[in-house]
Design a protein around this ligand. Structure first.
Ligand code: ZN
Length: 148
C-alpha cells in the first residue's frame, strides 16, 4: 500500500554548481548550508567523469561502476530528506555520450562536474526520515504513522 503525506511548496533555489566539484557532494553541501530537510532537485549539464551505482536486489548491495570520460547530463532527478538527522540527497542521473548513447543509475560520490545548472525546490511540512527497510535492505522513508 502506498504511503504518502501532504507537503507544501517552500523556497526555490536555482543556480549553477562549481566546475571540478563533486556533484553529489556539492548538492548535499547546499542542503546543509540552507537547512533543507525536504525537497526535490533537478539538474542538467555535463560531467568530466561519473560514478554510478546499481542496487543488486539479490545481494542487497550497490554495485558501483565508473564512466571515466566526459558525458552530458541529460537529466538528474533527486530528492532531499533526513538520514540520521542530516540532509541526504538521493539522486538518479542519465548521462549521454557523443553518439547519444545513454547510461544511468544511482548517483555516487566521484561524479565530477564540468558544468551544471540546477533547481532545488524546498518543501515544508512533515519531515521524511530515512531508516533501514527490512524488505529491501535500503534506507527508505519511514512513514508508518500516515498509511493511507
Ligand atoms: Zn537510488
Amino acid at each position: 500500500m502506498a504511503t504518502y503525506k501532504q507537503i507544501q511548496p517552500g523556497k526555490v533555489f536555482m543556480g549553477k554548481l562549481s566546475h571540478g566539484a563533486d556533484l553529489l557532494g556539492e548538492l548535499t553541501d547546499i542542503c546543509i548550508r540552507e537547512g533543507i530537510r525536504l525537497g526535490r532537485i533537478e539538474a542538467f549539464g555535463a560531467v568530466q567523469k561519473a560514478a554510478l551505482g546499481f542496487y543488486d536486489q539479490r545481494t542487497r548491495t550497490y554495485q558501483g561502476f565508473a564512466l571515466d570520460r566526459p558525458l552530458e547530463i541529460t537529466k538528474l532527478i533527486g530528492n532531499v530528506s533526513l538520514k540520521e538527522g542530516k540532509p541526504m540527497v538521493h539522486a538518479h542521473i542519465t548521462l549521454a555520450d557523443k553518439d547519444g548513447s545513454a547510461y544511468g543509475g544511482h548517483l555516487m560520490p566521484g561524479t565530477i562536474i564540468f558544468a551544471c545548472e540546477f533547481v532545488l525546490q524546498v518543501f515544508e511540512g512533515p519531515v521524511f526520515h530515512r531508516e533501514y527497510d527490512e524488505r529491501t535492505g535500503l534506507p527508505l522513508w519511514n512513514m508508518d504513522s500516515q498509511q493511507i
